[in-house]
Design a protein around this ligand. Structure first.
Ligand code: E4P
Length: 217
């Protein structure tokens, strides 16, 4: 399972990278705005900084909603750095743009996916990644994990190569349950990655080992 961090915060990206388990980064316009990164030039520069910090794929989202605009924006994003993955919304023009980019060998991430049918369309269009938003489904009393399960079954039935990028992860149990269901990738906040470290018995056990070692010194 690949671990992506879902943030535009450079310190958090660096912390996850330094832990040695980071495979990539996802961002979106809201995450950029949260870091105070606004304006096209600043946003493009920020993507470059992220790419320089990590080794893996970095999703950069288009804000156009028409095919021509998405193609123009996506091409500019892809030209920024070889690690950039063009992130496209799950709308008709987004699916068309996904097909366009996949035919050109440019990686894509189809985002804002909330149903198995949408995930099927993204795979048909050759998406590199599909991003089902499980936390946002949970927020509206719908089982987000069930969607991951459905997409896994459909992709396996037909051997689609599109990777399931479980998005809108909120906590460690989302990560663990997505791993059980066979999601290829998870993207979540730093807390959902670092939280996997925690167990009180580890802390108690380590304290005891150190205490016993020090008895002999
Ligand atoms: C995915 O690519 C999105 O950036 C993200 O996971 C959305 O998460 P949220 O629902 O916590 O905003």
């Amino acid at each position: 399972m690949k671990f992506f961090i879902d943030t535009a915060n450079l310190d958090q990206i660096k912390e996850a990278q330094d832990l040695g388990v980071l495979d990539g980064v996802t961002t979106n316009p809201s995450l950029m705005a949260k870091e105070g990164i606004t304006g096209q030039e600043n946003i493009l520069n920020h993507y470059k900084k992220i790419c320089e910090l990590v080794d893996g794929d970095v999703s950069a989202e288009v804000i156009s909603t028409d095919f021509e605009g998405m193609v123009k924006e996506g091409e500019a994003l892809a030209a920024l750095h070889p690690q950039i993955v063009v992130k496209l919304p799950m709308i008709a023009d987004g699916v068309k743009a996904c097909k366009y980019f996949s035919d050109k060998g440019i990686k894509t991430n189809v985002t804002l996916v909330f149903s198995a049918g949408q995930a099927l369309l993204a795979a048909k269009a050759g998406a590199t990644y599909v991003s089902p938003f499980l936390g946002r489904l949970d927020d509206v009393s719908t089982d987000g994990l069930n969607l991951i399960d459905e997409i896994r079954m459909i992709y396996d039935n037909y051997g689609f190569q599109t990777e399931i990028l479980a998005a809108s992860i909120r906590h460690t149990m989302h990560v663990i349950n997505c791993a059980k269901l066979g999601a290829d990738v998870m993207t979540g906040p730093l807390s959902s990655i670092k939280g996997l470290l925690n167990h009180p018995l580890t802390d108690i056990g380590l304290a005891k080992f150190l205490e016993d070692y020090n008895k002999g010194n």
